[in-house]
Design a protein around this ligand. Structure first.
Ligand SMILES: [Zn+2]
Length: 57
C-alpha cells in the first residue's frame, strides 16, 4: 500500500488515526511509567517490563 510518509507501519499499532484526531491505543504501564506500554491482549493488558497484568472486563 502506497501512502504518505510520516507514519511507519509500527506507529499504526500505537495510534489510531481517525480523521484529524489521533487516539492512543496502547496504555502506558502505571508502574514503569512513560515510554513503557502495556501489550494488548484479548482480555488483559500486560507490561513486558515488570510483567504487571491488568484485566479488562
Ligand atoms: Zn511495567
Amino acid at each position: 500500500m502506497a501512502g504518505k510518509k510520516g507514519f511507519s507501519p509500527k506507529a499504526h499499532s500505537y495510534y489510531k488515526i481517525d480523521g484529524d484526531k489521533v487516539t492512543r491505543l496502547k496504555k502506558i504501564c502505571a508502574r514503569c511509567g512513560k515510554g513503557v506500554y502495556m501489550s494488548e491482549h484479548k482480555d488483559r493488558r500486560a507490561c513486558g517490563k515488570c510483567t504487571d497484568t491488568e484485566f479488562i472486563r
